[in-house]
Each structure stands twice: as C-alpha cells, then as structure tokens.
Design a protein around this ligand. Structure first.
Ligand SMILES: *[C@@H]1O[C@H](CO)[C@@H](O)[C@H](O)[C@H]1NC(C)=O
Ligand SMILES: *[C@@H]1O[C@H](CO)[C@@H](O)[C@H](O)[C@H]1NC(C)=O
Length: 260
C-alpha cells in the first residue's frame, strides 16, 4: 500500500479509568459473571454457529502474552473478562463466528476478493462524498455490535458500566485502549513504540473497514489513503474534504467534521 495510513483515526484522549470494547451481546451481567462470551449465531440458532461447523465455545487459545503489569486487563485478552469465547474454525471469524476472515466472502466464506484501497485524490467527486457521508454516519450512529466497558477497576464486576458509543468512537476507542498506559506513564506502548506498529495498525484498519461495512451495508468499503508526498502542506485540509483550518488550527468550512 502506497502513501500514509489514513490519518483521521486519532485516539481519544480520556482522563482516567480503564475499559474495553466488547460485543454488545456479551455486555450482560450473566455473561460477565459466568465469564462466557459465546453468542448465538443467528444463521443457525446455535452458540458460535457450532451446528454449522463455524466455531465452538471454549477457552481462548493461541494468543501471545506480552509482558504487562499484573493489573493490566489487556494481558491475555480477553481472559480478564471472559474465560470462554467463540473460537472460529477455518475461514470463519467474528465474536459469534458469523463472519468471514478478512478477504473472504459468501455464505460459507468460500470466495476470496482482493480489496484495493484508493488514493483519496484519485477518487471522483461522488466517491469522496460517499466516503465523507459514511464517516459522518459512523460518527453519529451508535454501534449495534460493540459497547465500551468502562470501569476504574477491572477486577470489580459491580463497578462496570457500558457506554453506547458510535461506530467511529468504538474504533477510536480500540486505538486508545491499545496505546493506553495502565499503571505508569513509561509502560511500553506495543501498538506504537516498536515493530508491532505496522502489523497492529494493519489489523486495526481491517477492523475499521469491517465495522464500516456493517454500518453502511457497503460490502466493498475500503478506507482510502492520503498520499502526503504530493504536497508540502495538508492538501486534504480543504472544505471539500477534511476541512480547512484557521491559524489556530480550528476547523473552518462546510465539512461535517466541523461539528464532531
Ligand atoms: C478492585 O476490586 C477488587 C474486587 O472488588 C478489590 O479486591 C480490589 O481491592 C479493587 N482494587 C482497587 C485498586 O480498588
Ligand atoms: C444503550 O443502548 C441500549 C439499547 O438501546 C439500552 O438498552 C441501554 O439502556 C443503553 N445504555 C446506556 C448506558 O445508555
């Protein structure tokens, strides 16, 4: 992929507390108390789509264990919250195994489609407008799929509450949580300060695209890239695109982002 990764997905800066995005279907007291996040797949009415061979409800496996402080709920994610989750077979994916791994499509995830991210400047007017419209919808539509779990103490189930965040805010939250120091300011930031940067952000953009596809029902949505080598200044900071700004950096103009 040429150019720079889409620069808009900036982390939210929040003062305190910990939390994580979790499937709305698992944001229940019973799911948290039983530490089980194994939703029924609507396609066949079975847990994790097991009757269709899509997945099974079991202990999470195969995740690496980065060295984090004991207090860090991200350690062995998602075991601090759930000891049983849907583990999907083959090309199946998602919290209920109802989806396909990236790139695969079809009722049985049998076909593969290459997605090519366009340069923002190469998109025609209509495609740019559609992209901005999708962003606006993502910023203003509460996610049906995920909620944000908020708590000051991840060991205390009684202190949990769930925030109905918009699709865009869920995505920025994922970024924020990955980069957040939990205990001290000098903890490693695995999403940014090391070789994980590219891999983590690649997966992150795929997550963003998936949530946007769910929201817009546009199966072919891909996030465009900004080729910043074209100009010495921010040539997407225009009223037509991400908004122009005044000398203090305040957004001007007619872009929907002005009201974000
Ligand atoms: C968090 O909650 C657990 C369980 O209620 C409690 O034992 C622990 O002391 C709490 N930790 C903090 C820092 O409040
Ligand atoms: C979040 O949305 C759900 C579904 O609309 C609703 O039942 C719930 O009360 C909302 N939660 C909060 C904290 O607003």
């Amino acid at each position: 992929m040429a150019g720079m990764l889409w620069p808009l997905l900036l982390p939210l800066v929040l003062a305190s507390g910990a939390g994580a995005q979790i499937p709305r279907l698992c944001a229940t007291t019973s799911a948290l108390r039983s530490k089980t996040c194994c939703p029924v797949w609507e396609g066949d009415g079975s847990v994790c789509g097991e009757d269709s061979g899509r997945g099974t409800c079991q202990e999470p496996a195969g995740e690496g264990q980065p060295q984090l402080s004991e207090r860090d709920f991200r350690k062995g994610w998602p075991t601090s919250l759930y000891s049983q989750i849907c583990m999907c077979q083959g090309r199946f994916a998602g919290f209920d195994c109802g989806e396909c791994k990236e790139g695969y499509r079809g009722a049985r995830c049998e076909s593969w489609k290459l997605s090519v991210r366009p340069g923002l400047h190469e998109m025609d007017w209509e495609a740019k407008q559609r992209f901005l419209d999708y962003l606006e919808r993502a910023k203003t539509t509460v996610s049906e799929r995920y909620v944000i779990l908020v708590t000051r103490n991840t060991s205390d189930v009684n202190s949990y509450y769930f925030h109905n965040a918009t699709v865009y805010d869920i995505c920025t939250w994922v970024h924020y949580v990955a980069a957040k120091p939990i205990k001290t300011r000098d903890e490693p930031n695995f999403a940014h300060m090391g070789p994980g940067f590219v891999v983590w952000h690649r997966k992150y953009l795929l997550f963003f695209e998936k949530e946007m596809r769910h929201l817009t029902q546009d199966e072919d949505f891909v996030v465009p890239y900004w080729d910043w080598t074209r100009s010495n200044s921010c040539d997407i900071c225009t009223d037509e695109l991400m908004g122009s700004n005044d000398h203090s950096g305040k957004l001007l103009g007619t872009t929907p982002l002005t009201t974000w």
